[in-house]
Design a protein around this ligand. Structure first.
Ligand code: ADP
Length: 488
C-alpha cells in the first residue's frame, strides 16, 4: 500500500497537518491560560485595593487592641466573594483575621485551603520579598491564585492575603482542551480524506500517462502522450517523454533503414556469387580457363562482401562505443606518404597524378591503423571520382593545436543539394556510377567510417569544397598545442 505515491502523499500530508494542529492547540492553550491568569491577577489587585479602603475606614470606627481584627471581619463580610479566602497576617506570620474563622453564611462558601499547609506557608514566606506578590498555591480542587500585599495600620506592619480559587479557569481550560480533543481528530480525518482525493486527482494524469506509455511499443512508436496543460510540471513531463519518443523513433527508423540498406548491399554480391556458382556447376565439362574465370569472379565478389561486412561491423561497434582505439605515437606526414604510395597503383591505372606537398614533421598520438583507413578511403574516393588524366593533391599542415590534412581532386564534384548527405551511411551521389567505377566495391560507407574515425580522435572531417573543378575533403586532427611543442 505504501508503494502508492497517493497513499504516501496523504500520510505525509496528514502527519504534517496533525503536527501543525497540535502545535497550534498548545499555543492557543498557553495564550488562553496566561491571559486568564493575568485577568485574575488584575481583579485580585483591584479587590485588595477596595478591601484596604474599607479596612481603613472601619479601623477608624474601632478602638481597643482588637480594632484591626474587628475592622477586618467587617471588611471581609463586605467584600465576601465566592471562592475567595481573605486573611491578614502580622509581621510574625500569625493570623490576625481570616475569612475561614467567619461562619459560611457571612462569607459565602469559603474556600477550603488550609492556611497552615506547607504550600501556603511557602507562599507567605516568599511574599515578604515584594510589595505586591502573586503566586499559585496548592489546595482545593484546582489550586488557588494567591496575592499578598503589605500595609500598615496604626504604625504596625501587616500582610493582606487574598486567595482566589482557580477552579472556574481550570474548568474553562478543560473545556478548551476537550473541544480540541474532538475538533482536531475530525479536522484531520476530513483533511486526510480531502488530501487523498486531491492526490488522486492530481496524480490521475500520471496514471493515464503511464498506461498510455505502456501501450507504446516498436509497432506504434509514432504514438505520443496527450499533453493536457503544456505549462505545468506534468505537461513538461509529457513533452519530455514525447521528445524522448521522437528521438527513439528517429533512431529506430535509422536502425531499420540501416538494416534495409545493409541487406540490400549484401544481396547483390551474394546473388552474383550464387549465379556464378550455378552457371559453373550447370555445365558438366568446362575448360580450365572457364573455371579460373568463374573462380576469379567468385573471389572478387567474396572480397567485396568481406569489405562491406567489415565496414558494417566497424560501424556497429562504433555506434555501441565498443570499438577499441589503440593509440600510439607516430608521424602523420609519414603515414600520409605511405598511404599515397599504396594508392599510386590505382592512380596510375587512371593516369591521375598524385601529389603530396612537402609536409613538416608531424608527430601524433592516435590509432595508426584507423587513420590509415581514413586516409586511404579519402584517397580512394578522390581517385575513383576523378576522370582519367586528373590530379589529386594531398597537403598536411598545422594550425594551433591541430593538424589539417586536405585531399583535393579535380573530379566532377558533388551536386550542392547532395553535399549535406554524403556522410550518411549507404549514401551514394550516383549509385550506378560509383559502384561501376570502383569495381562495384563502394557501398556508401567509406565517408561515414572516415568521419567517425576523425571524431573518435576528437577531430572532424569536412567537405571543404566541391564544385565542377573538383572536391576537397579536409580532416582536422588534434596535434601538439604549438608547432614548437612538436620539436621538443
Ligand atoms: P562510396 O563507397 O560510394 O565511395 P563513400 O561514403 O566513400 O561511399 O562516399 C559517398 C558518396 O560521396 C559517394 O558515393 C560519392 O557520390 C560521393 N563522393 C565521395 N568522395 C567524392 C569525391 N572525392 N568526389 C566526388 N564525389 C565524392
Amino acid at each position: 500500500m505504501l508503494d502508492s505515491i497517493r497513499v504516501r502523499l496523504t500520510l505525509w500530508y496528514t502527519g504534517v497537518l496533525t503536527l501543525v494542529l497540535v502545535v497550534l492547540a498548545l499555543i492557543t492553550y498557553f495564550i488562553f491560560w496566561r491571559s486568564t491568569l493575568q485577568r485574575t491577577d488584575v481583579s485580585l489587585s483591584e479587590l485588595s485595593a477596595a478591601f484596604l479602603t474599607t479596612l481603613d475606614a472601619e479601623v477608624k470606627d474601632q478602638s481597643g487592641p482588637d480594632s484591626l481584627k474587628l475592622a477586618g471581619q467587617v471588611a471581609i463580610t463586605e467584600h465576601r466573594f465566592r471562592d475567595h479566602v481573605f486573611a491578614i497576617f502580622d509581621s510574625t506570620g500569625n493570623i490576625v483575621v481570616s475569612s475561614q474563622e467567619l461562619p459560611p453564611a457571612a462569607v459565602g462558601s469559603a474556600a477550603d485551603v488550609a492556611l497552615s499547609s506547607p504550600s501556603f506557608q511557602r507562599f507567605l514566606d516568599d511574599s515578604a520579598r515584594s510589595e505586591l506578590f502573586f503566586a499559585n498555591v496548592k489546595g482545593g480542587r484546582s489550586g488557588y491564585r494567591g496575592f499578598a500585599r503589605h500595609f500598615s495600620s496604626s504604625g504596625i506592619a501587616y500582610t493582606l492575603v487574598i486567595l482566589q480559587s482557580l477552579h472556574p479557569q481550570q474548568e474553562m481550560l478543560e473545556e478548551v482542551t476537550s473541544t480540541f480533543a474532538w475538533v482536531i481528530p475530525i479536522a484531520i480525518v476530513l483533511a486526510s480524506v480531502g488530501g487523498y482525493f486531491l492526490a488522486r486527482k492530481s496524480l490521475a494524469p500520471v496514471v493515464a500517462m503511464s498506461s498510455q506509455a505502456g501501450r507504446i511499443g516498436a509497432a506504434n512508436l509514432h504514438q505520443r502522450l496527450a499533453v493536457q496543460h503544456g505549462k505545468d510540471e506534468l505537461g513538461h513531463l509529457a513533452q519530455s517523454f514525447n521528445s524522448l519518443l521522437d528521438r527513439l523513433s528517429q533512431s529506430f527508423e535509422r536502425q531499420q533503414r540501416f538494416m534495409a540498406d545493409a541487406s540490400h548491399e549484401l544481396r547483390t554480391p551474394v546473388a552474383i556469387l550464387r549465379g556464378e556458382a550455378e552457371v559453373a556447376l550447370s555445365q558438366p565439362a568446362r575448360s580450365l580457363e572457364e573455371y579460373r574465370e568463374s573462380l576469379g569472379v567468385l573471389h572478387h565478389e567474396a572480397e567485396r562482401l568481406t569489405h562491406i561486412v567489415e565496414d558494417l561491423f566497424t560501424l556497429t561497434r562504433a555506434d555501441a562505443g565498443q570499438y577499441p582505439l589503440q593509440p600510439g605515437d607516430f608521424y602523420l606526414d609519414e603515414l600520409v606518404a605511405e598511404c599515397i604510395h599504396s594508392a599510386r597503383t590505382l592512380a596510375l591505372a587512371k593516369k591521375i597524378s598524385l601529389n603530396f606537398e612537402e609536409a613538416p614533421e608531424s608527430p601524433i598520438h592516435a590509432d595508426e591503423s584507423l587513420l590509415r583507413r581514413m586516409i586511404l578511403n579519402l584517397l580512394d574516393n578522390a581517385i575513383k571520382y576523378t576522370s582519367e588524366g586528373g590530379r589529386v593533391t594531398v597537403t598536411c599542415g598545422r594550425t594551433v593545436g591541430e593538424y589539417v590534412l586536405s585531399i583535393a581532386d579535380t573530379g566532377g564534384g558533388i551536386p550542392a543539394e547532395l553535399q549535406p548527405r554524403i556522410f550518411e551511411r549507404f549514401f551514394r551521389a550516383d549509385k550506378a556510377r560509383s559502384r561501376a567505377e570502383n569495381d562495384g566495391r563502394g557501398a556508401g560507407l567509406g565517408l561515414s567510417i572516415s568521419r567517425w574515425i576523425a571524431e573518435a580522435h576528437h577531430g572532424r572531417l569536412e567537405l571543404t569544397r566541391s564544385d565542377s573543378a573538383g572536391s576537397t575533403f579536409t580532416a582536422y586532427l588534434p596535434g601538439p598545442p604549438s608547432p614548437s611543442a612538436s620539436n621538443s
